[in-house]
Design a protein around this ligand. Structure first.
Ligand code: PGA
Ligand code: ZN
Length: 423
């Protein structure tokens, strides 16, 4: 049977923040076969592929009608007639059509929607679940990184560190792990209400509480109090996304926390102390995104702790290579829209694995009901996923993972403490 892309349609839809984003439908042999929604970041790295926004008055300048038009007028005619299973060739063609290094011509939001839509269409015509189409050996159900306290650019509080996370590494499986994390969340809620009042349990963009805290000690203290009260302390390690570029003063070249200016050494000392006080398993973007040398120093100092590069690497082989060379970090955050095509993102994961780096599949702060990253985390056998806490655009990913775990049955493996090197 031959399969040919017969149509590609695109539309502007709304993401979880009420911002417009792109949705792409890929038709094969006259049937709708693959639909992909494009996520969007807010706490973005400066080396990410560029998403095209319309500018002007409409929707505060955030419109995506130009990106949608690029899909329909430029990408569609180039891809009609292609076999959707030719993912790599199609992605390379998308890069060529754009012609820029950072996808600023057609827009990464146009390109990534097509790239993902094509992959999903190919899975459908192949008669396989999406995760199995990407990798027939997919069987690892990831450890969730559930960010219970939110700060930084994802909230309206003054908490510098963006995400305080629990990882249920001692759980039997994902279902048990989620139960543990959400029970801790319930207890944390009570502690926050007691201390700050009920308005403080409103949630941030990724569904974690956004109380009026600052610094690093207060949130860690309260989080560990909730963990202890839950009785699950021996099953939990902590994670955080410091997103340090966003509390770095780029003019003064210092980090700013609780009104204090800190040097790189001060910040490194802060993490070293924190890792002595708490069982910390993972720290993302601990330093600002240009400081590869600082990341290398910290990675050495915190032997055994996962140091994840998000803004540092932007899922891009060029920067991951640099990180591997100098020993900056030992894991990548994997966000396929940071680089703009699925093939390039899969290549980034391959490179990371070959260097002994971990791969943490991640949501964006702007998500939709599209659950592709759940499938992709299993397809990559990544062993870890960061996809938020409450709010349906986050829990939908966990729910999809629960379905996949059920489908895999006894083949499914939950790596627990081996989340960074699950195989
Ligand atoms: P973003 O942030 O999706 O807003 O870029 C999430 C993160 O920093 O991990
Ligand atoms: Zn991050």
């Amino acid at each position: 049977m031959t399969f040919k892309i017969t149509d590609i349609r695109a539309r502007e839809i709304i993401d979880c923040r009420g911002f417009p984003t792109v949705e792409v439908d890929v038709w094969v042999n006259g049937e709708l076969c693959g639909r992909a929604d494009v996520p969007a970041g807010r706490s973005t790295g400066k080396r990410e592929a560029v998403e095209l926004r319309d500018g002007g008055k409409r929707w505060g300048g955030l419109g995506t009608t130009v990106a949608v038009k690029n899909v329909v007028d430029i990408i569609r005619p180039a891809l009609v007639g292609w076999d959707p299973r030719e993912q790599r060739a199609i992605d390379m063609l998308l890069c060529q059509l754009d012609g820029t290094k950072n996808k600023s011509n057609l827009g990464a939001n146009a390109i990534v929607g097509v790239s993902l839509g094509v992959a999903k269409a190919a899975a459908k015509v192949s008669g396989l679940p999406f995760y199995k189409y990407i990798n027939t050996n997919a069987h690892i159900i990831p450890v969730p990184l559930v960010n219970l306290i939110n700060g930084g650019k994802l909230t309206s509080n003054d908490l510098e560190i963006q995400e305080f996370i629990v990882m249920p590494v001692g759980a039997n499986d994902l279902k048990h792990g989620l139960q543990i994390c959400y029970e801790i969340n319930l207890l944390l809620r009570d502690l926050i209400v007691d201390k700050y009042g009920k308005i403080a349990v409103n949630v941030g963009d990724e569904g974690g509480f956004a109380p009026p805290m600052t610094g690093i000690n207060e949130p860690m203290k309260m989080l560990s109090k909730a963990v202890k009260a839950s009785g699950y302390a021996d099953m939990i390690i902590y994670g955080m996304d410091a997103a340090a570029s966003h509390w770095y003063d780029w003019d003064k070249c210092v980090y700013c926390m609780e009104g204090e200016e800190m040097t790189r050494d001060d910040v490194i000392d802060m993490y070293v102390k924190l890792c002595r006080d708490y069982p910390i398993g993972s720290i993302e973007d601990p330093l600002m995104e240009d400081d590869f040398e600082g990341h290398a120093i910290l990675t050495k100092k915190l032997d055994g702790v996962q140091i994840v590069g998000d803004d540092l690497f932007t899922t891009n082989v060029e920067y991951i290579k640099r990180g591997i060379e100098v020993g900056a970090g030992n894991a990548i955050l994997w966000k396929f829209n940071q680089v703009g095509t699925l093939t390039e993102a899969l290549d980034a994961a391959d490179l990371a694995y070959r260097a002994g780096f971990g791969v943490q599949v991640s949501e964006r702060s702007g998500e939709t009901e599209d659950t592709s990253i759940a499938d992709l985390s299993v397809a990559l056998n990544a062993g870890q996923i960061k996809t938020g806490t409450t709010r349906s655009e986050r829990t939908s990913k966990y729910n999809q993972l629960l379905r996949i775990a059920e489908e895999l049955g006894s083949q499914a493996y939950y790596p627990g403490r081996n989340f960074r090197r699950p195989f």
